[in-house]
Design a protein around this ligand. Structure first.
Ligand code: MD3
Ligand code: FE
Length: 205
């Protein structure tokens, strides 16, 4: 592993204790009853994503064949997303330098074989607000590059309880999940990895 992290990237390993991780997973399990995990699709091609998704908060990120967008309601149930847990609002206050609270928390569930190709998050109007991510459950191999797809990348493992903050220039860097390591954690009842990403989507009108 070599090279340096992009400006604005912070990695806080083991930020959450096991007991705190269990509380977060309990929030995810309760949310998934009201807002079931669904499989998103790639825009245009309609290829199914290998992850399953749901959301907390007033806005939720939805991947549909017609495009990626933020929606106030679940695509299947038509209901609002479950409230953002207080623990996640507290995390945002503790680690981000952003005054506005996050409007969206994408819940991404990676089961055995799931991955996320190299991409840049660009669906938020609030393009300068940081993204805060929480890893729960199985370990994952994370790849972080630069602002251009051809830029060199560095890889490292993310473990349950780790937090990443993508602020500054790192917000516009390519990143992805190459693989998960099944069975490396017992936190998630049905197995796999849960990633929570907190985002400010747009200015309040
Ligand atoms: C770097 N999720 O949901 S989180 C995503 O671990 C996503 O499941 C990955 O990328 C996961 O979009 C990575 C860490 C992350 C989130 C947003 C970023 C890294 C980022 C935005 C810019 C640069
Ligand atoms: Fe991303």
């Amino acid at each position: 592993m070599s090279g340096s992290f992009p400006e604005g990237f912070r990695y806080l390993p083991e930020y959450f204790s096991r007991a705190q991780q269990q509380i977060l997973i309990e929030h995810v399990s309760i949310a998934a009853k009201a807002a079931p995990f669904f499989r998103g699709k790639m825009p245009r091609t309609g290829t199914p994503l290998s992850t399953l998704g749901s959301n907390f908060g007033p806005l939720g990120w939805v991947a549909a064949q017609s495009g990626y967008r933020y929606c106030k309601t679940h695509p299947k149930t038509g209901k609002s997303w479950p409230n953002m847990p207080e623990e996640l609002l507290n995390l945002w206050q503790e680690v981000s330098d952003w005054l506005d609270p996050p409007q969206a928390c994408l819940i991404n569930w990676y089961r055995e074989g799931a991955k996320l190709g190299l991409h840049v998050d660009a669906d938020e109007e609030a393009a300068d607000a940081p993204v805060v991510s929480v890893s729960l459950g199985d370990q994952a191999l994370y790849r972080l590059g630069g602002p251009a797809r051809k830029d060199p990348t560095r890889s490292f493992k993310l473990s349950s309880g780790d937090v990443c903050i993508l602020g500054g220039a790192s917000r516009r860097c390519f990143h992805g999940i190459d693989r998960i390591y099944p069975g490396t954690s017992t936190l998630v009842p049905k197995g796999g990895r849960i990633n929570l990403t907190l985002r400010v989507v747009r200015g309040v009108l």
